[in-house]
Design a protein around this ligand. Structure first.
Ligand code: 13P
Ligand code: SF4
Length: 301
């Protein structure tokens, strides 16, 4: 059996041979995040970097919708996802037909789609958003009412920050929906000096009980600015692990869950992806064009 060191060496060698880059989401385990990544970040950063990347092959060490986004922005490049089952409970919560039903019910109301959706859902939407730019996108449309799908909690959290009325859907992230306000109160009692940061996919009662709410990139910026010495990140566990490596001076206190979809990506299947060109992500041409448009509109804001 190959050692971990040897596997990482081989991945780096294959990256050169194939002119490949590995995009790694903040929720990947340190074993991946801190070893074979070329670009790391939140969903917005990965979408932006995917657009700029100068390579023949992109390996997405994230989940399927992220690989689809990379493919939409790089139609002429090979995009690989090391495990096709790396899904997302939010992406699974809504179909294109559901969106069309909403459009019929609320004619003329623009549909803002969180990037955590399939390309087919993006294709029937007006514009995308991420947790890092959702408020900006809502306000940029200049209308009094929008539909924001599929994350009910993200929509409710953004609704509290704007005068725009936001209609939503009933999708939830299976990692963040498990965090309860009572857990946060308990942590507050146990660690009164810690700053509590919540991802906006958490229920609104949870973000209300936290000190700060933001995307994974915004959490990362918070650490760069050294705004607290003790922190509790209400989000996926690997986020804290990755930041703890970069910030040995900050004490990370645990209240988190792992995402089983992110965890499907391993050093072994990244190696397999590069070695055997799998699994290629392609988007049906009939949906690629409108889906790309909804992402491009977001990136222009
Ligand atoms: P961000 O990295 O954009 O904050 O998204 C979090 C997430 O749950 C991605 O799957
Ligand atoms: Fe989807 Fe939540 Fe996992 Fe992100 S953490 S991929 S939103 S299930």
């Amino acid at each position: 059996r190959m050692s971990l060191t040897r596997k990482i060496q081989r991945i780096n060698q294959l990256k050169q041979e194939r002119n490949a880059v590995i995009l790694v989401h903040n929720y990947q385990m340190p074993k991946i995040f801190h070893t074979v990544s070329d670009i790391v970040g939140d969903s917005l950063a990965l979408a932006r970097e995917a657009e700029k990347v100068d390579a023949d092959v992109i390996v997405m060490a994230g989940v399927h919708f992220m690989a689809e986004t990379a493919k939409l922005l790089n139609p002429n490049k090979t995009v690989l996802i090391p495990d096709t089952e790396a899904g997302c409970s939010l992406a699974e919560s809504i179909t294109p037909q559901d969106v069309l039903t909403l459009r019929n019910k609320y004619p003329g109301v623009p549909v803002i789609t969180y990037v955590n959706t399939s390309a087919a859902v993006k294709a029937v939407s007006d514009i995308c958003c991420t947790s890092g730019n959702a408020k900006k996108v809502v306000e940029a449309l200049g209308v009094p009412r929008v539909i924001m799908i599929p994350d009910e909690y993200l929509a409710q959290n953004i609704a509290q920050q704007t005068n725009v009325e936001i209609l939503t859907w009933k999708g939830h992230c299976q990692v963040h929906e498990l965090i309860a306000p009572e857990d946060v109160e308990q942590m507050r009692q146990d660690h009164p000096n810690a700053a509590i940061l919540a991802h906006p996919e958490c229920p609104p009662e949870v973000t209300a009980a936290a000190d700060f709410s933001g995307s994974t990139a915004e959490m990362s910026d918070f650490m760069d600015q050294k705004r607290a010495q003790n922190v509790i990140l209400l989000t996926e566990c690997s986020m804290s692990d990755n930041l703890a490596i970069n910030h040995p001076d900050i004490n990370f206190i645990r209240l988190c869950n792992l995402c089983p979809h992110m965890q499907r990506i391993t050093i072994d299947n990244i190696l397999d992806a590069l070695e055997n060109n799998r699994y290629e992500v392609n988007v049906d041409p009939s949906i690629a064009e409108p889906a790309r448009l909804s992402i491009k509109r977001m990136l222009e804001i």
